[in-house]
Design a protein around this ligand. Structure first.
Ligand code: ADP
Length: 385
């Protein structure tokens, strides 16, 4: 069906590898560009190029032989994609969408212009400029670019904390009293048709800023679920999305809802769609970029997702034993990313737990999280000691 079509992915991490899984189902010829010669996709793609998706020359030389380019991370060179677009390569999502998303302040401005609710925030160019904003403390400081998994986020409680601040352009945000964090995956095709996935709820270990569980359906009223899906749809339309996007939102304890962040690509908060939706987010991304009809996003069963983090070297075997126990449970699906061992705490994989009732999926996931956490906690104490 797509015998002569050449598709490229910028980024070779686990999201790209999951995309490749579905590319096999469509018989696609997929090339991948990533800096790391051992990135997960290096094992599975028909052609793997070692190069930097942020470098103009690397993206041009990778992309000029391709028909379609998509992404699995947003840190890519937008100018190179614009040039390739002019050369006839189809780019999903568009370079304009990527430009807005790459900078948290531009993202916020864009959302405000489109009357989408966001947390109030101010642009600060560097650390010294924060001195002019001390009356806003306590506040949340976020790097405009290059933040991920909470690594570019810092809570500034008092003036004393300013010394720890990032010395680069940042958004200083009001602190929200968050009751729940939800994410909605939304897909939109070139004709403007939209499919919206059921909202997912994220539960964090607040001390370590690590995700503990991701639950679908989210524990929110139906009216709130409808509202957050309406917001996600509005964002997809405003940004003229072609592809798939995660819209992360905060539900504050006063009931207000804010869009926190957009990711115009398959996203962690959509991992469960592999087992628990009619069409996974990865298949949907491919359907959109190939111009095929979109699949239904409808949830087929409740699910919980638990991350597996890299243990300390001497605990790796223990994690493997824990996984053997975990896999004895019914309806537990392991996704091991095939990353080369690196630093402790990195995401090495995840498990998705499904069941007919969300309560049963949650009970199983608490046991699983406990088995995994026991290992992580032991590692931390070992490391400190
Ligand atoms: P990243 O892109 O690195 O994941 P986020 O913007 O999602 O960064 O922030 C990481 C976490 O920090 C959020 O999931 C939330 O728990 C917390 N957080 C972010 N912004 C605020 C805020 N304005 N008020 C309170 N907590 C926040």
């Amino acid at each position: 069906m797509f015998d002569n079509l050449k598709v490229g992915i910028l980024g070779g991490g686990q999201l790209g590898a999951m995309l490749l899984r579905y590319a096999i189902d469509f018989g696609l010829d997929v090339s991948v560009l990533d800096k790391d010669p051992k990135a997960p996709c290096s094992r599975y793609s028909s052609s793997f190029t070692v190069g930097d998706p942020m470098k103009y020359e690397d993206v041009i030389s990778f992309g000029r032989q391709l028909d379609i380019i998509t992404i699995e991370k947003e840190a890519v060179n937008v100018e190179a994609l614009r040039t390739l677009g002019k050369m006839g390569v189809k780019i999903y999502p568009s370079p304009d969408t990527l430009e807005i998303i790459q900078d948290k302040f531009l993202q916020k401005q864009f959302l405000i212009e489109h009357k989408i609710p966001v947390v109030k925030g101010w642009l600060v160019q560097d650390k010294s400029e924060l001195e002019n904003h001390t009356e806003k403390l306590p506040a949340c400081l976020k790097k405009c670019t290059d933040g991920y998994d909470g690594k570019g986020v810092l809570m500034l409680q008092t003036v004393e904390d300013l010394s720890k601040a990032f010395d680069s352009p940042c958004v200083l945000e009001e602190i929200v009293d968050i009751k729940k964090e939800v994410s909605v995956i939304v897909s939109r095709n070139e004709a403007g048709i939209i499919e919206c996935y059921d909202p997912v709820m994220m539960i964090f270990d607040k001390e370590r800023m690590l995700l503990d569980f991701q639950i679908c359906p989210a524990d929110i009223d139906e009216s709130v679920a409808t509202y957050v899906c309406t917001i996600a749809t509005k964002v997809a339309e405003a940004i003229k999305l072609t592809g798939i996007m995660a819209v992360e939102m905060f539900i504050a304890s006063n009931g207000k809802i804010y869009v926190n962040e957009l990711a115009p690509r398959p996203h962690n908060s959509g991992h469960h769609t592999i087992e628990a939706s009619q069409t996974s987010q990865f298949e949907q991304q491919l359907r959109v970029i190939l111009g095929l009809p979109m699949g239904k996003a409808k949830m087929t069963q409740p699910s919980v997702m638990v991350n597996i983090l890299e243990p300390a070297v001497h605990r790796r075997q223990v994690i493997m034993e824990a996984l053997k126990t975990i896999l004895c449970t019914d309806d537990v699906h392991l996704h091991w990313y095939g990353k080369t061992p690196g630093s402790m705490g990195r995401k090495m994989g995840h498990v998705t737990i499904t069941d007919k009732k969300i309560e049963d999926a949650i009970s199983k996931s608490i046991m699983i999280r406990h088995l995994l956490k026991e290992n992580h906690d032991t590692e931390s104490s070992n490391n400190n000691g």
